[in-house]
Design a binder for this molecule. Structure first.
Ligand SMILES: NC(=O)c1ccc[n+]([C@@H]2O[C@H](COP(=O)([O-])OP(=O)(O)OC[C@H]3O[C@@H](n4cnc5c(N)ncnc54)[C@H](O)[C@@H]3O)[C@@H](O)[C@H]2O)c1
Length: 239
């Protein structure tokens, strides 16, 4: 029970990686507030659903106020919600660029701007931002997505400094998953997925549960001296 008594917000928690993180956290004793703009695909004791579009800054403020009112405080925040709108750069539209930046990058800022300072006032907390190997290595056809996932690493390092500057242990880290079997890969052709699997040292794609385990480590006190880091959970990828 590594998260006993903790209140955790997980965004994009209706399915995929976010769902596995919410389930893992609840199993470890946390009360989980699962935020998503889509309907939930599962039910679990100690996982409460809150409908939220993370790109909506006013909606995020309303959510924050409602969560503090109902749960008292937020100890853990996992910024997991993310989307792709892939295109070669020469064909990328403003709409594709703006939507991915709004959800993947501004969506993270929209919650941290409230929850980070709140963690300072309650004496600590853990923020985990879900980046991607694409933010580390880059990827053809994903300029918008790569920009957001690399941006998340910069935000992580900045917030690790900013929220700990008064000596309060607010830890901020990022997870950079490799290619992981969820719906986000639906649009990626099978031959590319096979190629990505071959590029890993473990010769396979990841499972969402494996990302959830690393996120649990960062959320828990096991990672009490880990901050400002990006952990690649990618089977040893060499892009
Ligand atoms: N699956 C992979 O291969 C992979 C690899 C690297 C990083 N990631 C990252 O992991 C995170 C989770 O991805 P996934 O693979 O589980 O994808 P997914 O598509 O299975 O799930 C994403 C969830 O986010 C929600 N979401 C999307 N936009 C939202 C918004 N504006 N507000 C609130 N919720 C929103 C969706 O409704 C969905 O439930 C994303 O940030 C993604 O970029 C995934």
């Amino acid at each position: 029970m590594r998260l006993e008594g903790k209140i955790a917000v997980v965004t994009g928690a209706a399915k995929g990686i976010g769902k596995e993180i919410a389930i893992e956290f609840a199993r470890e004793g946390a009360k989980v507030i699962a935020c998503d703009m889509a309907e939930m695909t599962y039910e679990m004791e100690n996982v409460d659903y809150f409908k939220l579009n993370v790109a909506d800054s006013e909606g995020c403020k309303v959510f924050f106020d409602a969560a503090i009112e109902k749960y008292g405080q937020i100890d853990i925040l996992v910024n997991n919600a993310g989307i792709t709108r892939d295109s070669m750069t020469r064909k990328m539209t403003d709409a594709q660029w703006n939507l991915v930046l709004d959800v993947n990058l501004k969506g993270v800022f929209n919650l941290v701007r409230y929850i980070g300072p709140q963690m300072e006032t309650i004496g600590g907390g853990s923020i985990i931002n879900v980046s991607s190997v694409v933010g580390v290595f880059g990827n053809i056809g994903q300029a918008n997505y790569a920009a957001t996932k690399a941006g998340i690493i910069g935000l992580t390092k900045t917030w690790a400094k900013e929220f700990a500057r008064k000596g309060v242990p607010v830890r901020v880290n990022a997870i950079a998953p490799g290619y992981t079997m969820t719906d986000i890969l639906k649009t990626v052709p099978q031959e590319l997925l096979d190629k990505f699997a071959k590029l890993t040292m473990l010769k396979r794609l990841g499972q969402p549960e494996e990302i959830a385990k690393a996120t649990l480590f960062l959320a828990s006190n096991d990672a009490s001296y880990v901050t400002g880091q990006t952990i690649q959970v990618d089977g040893g990828m060499r892009l």
